[in-house]
Design a protein around this ligand. Structure first.
Ligand SMILES: Nc1ncnc2c1ncn2[C@@H]1O[C@H](COP(=O)(O)OP(=O)(O)OP(=O)(O)O)[C@@H](O)[C@H]1O
Ligand SMILES: [Mg+2]
Length: 252
């Protein structure tokens, strides 16, 4: 990690009619960091990702990536500027094999463009990296949910992102698969990718993050190291208030 700010978000808001899904959220992420975005269901986490990746235009606020204002840019532009993302609700092309899904990402998401043969070569490597080496010619519908999430990760990586946004890619994994996924995220960071992830599994969040940002009802309520946020009364209240079964212990 270094001190260079890769992503800087200021006063970001998104309203859906009368609902403020994201309200005046500001934060920054340094190059090489692994930062988690957490918060109860409906807190606005995925909406933040949709704003960062250009799926939605913000109602207010700015997004700066690597020194460039990308506020309001369209998804393909944001992607080509170096933001790769996964979708919480997986969106593979159903008529394409796993490999073809990943190749499509390399062909359309990269600047400068690469050849089909290079895209294919890279896609084969990405399949292996995410654990789909033996599923290249399978159709997405024949994979389990965690398997489909692996396609999402490979497709996001195929654009060679500076910033990788992972939306709950570890839910539903077995403990062994979770350990593998954590190793993968760390290895991506070690190779220079900055990772911003939404995760509900607190053990993962606490084990992997350099920093954690907490949102609740669309607002940022805390930001800090794992220990800092886990001990923050506002965070504990947000979780205890909405998930009575959660305890502070489960956050640490
Ligand atoms: N396209 C949309 N139109 C209208 N309301 C939306 C839209 N997208 C999200 N919302 C609302 O915005 C709020 C935040 O939703 P969001 O999906 O960002 O939450 P989240 O923190 O990702 O939740 P979860 O943990 O369940 O994935 C919710 O009240 C949701 O119903
Ligand atoms: Mg979500």
């Amino acid at each position: 990690m270094n001190d260079k700010i890769l992503l800087s978000v200021n006063g970001l808001s998104k309203h859906f009619g009368g609902l403020a899904a994201v309200q005046n959220v500001s934060f920054s992420i340094r190059q090489g960091e692994i930062v988690s975005l957490i918060g109860p269901n409906g807190a606005g986490k995925t909406t933040v990702f949709n704003l960062l990746s250009g799926v939605f235009s913000p109602s207010a606020g700015t997004i700066n990536l690597d020194g460039e204002d990308i506020t309001g840019k369209r998804p393909f532009e944001v992607c080509q500027k170096g933001v790769g993302r996964t979708f919480q609700i997986m969106q593979p092309f159903p008529q394409m094999t796993v490999l073809e899904n990943i190749i499509t990402s390399s062909l359309f998401g990269r600047v400068p463009k690469i050849s089909l043969s290079q895209a294919e070569e890279e896609a084969v490597e990405l399949c292996k990296l995410v654990g789909l080496g033996d599923k290249q010619n399978t159709f997405p519908r024949n994979l389990t949910t965690p398997g489909q999430k692996r396609i999402e990760i490979a497709r996001a990586l195929a654009v060679k992102p500076k910033l990788l946004l992972l939306d709950e890619v570890m839910s539903g994994l077995t403990p062994t698969e979770t350990i593998e996924a954590i190793k993968l995220v760390r290895s991506l960071r070690d190779k220079g990718t900055t990772v911003f992830l939404i995760e509900h599994v607190m053990k993962v969040v606490m084990g992997i993050s350099d920093r954690v940002i907490v949102v609740h009802h669309g607002e940022k309520i805390a930001e800090g190291t794992c220990a800092e946020v886990a001990n923050d009364p506002k965070v504990i209240k947000a979780y205890l208030g909405e998930h009575a079964e959660d305890t502070k212990e489960s956050m640490c």
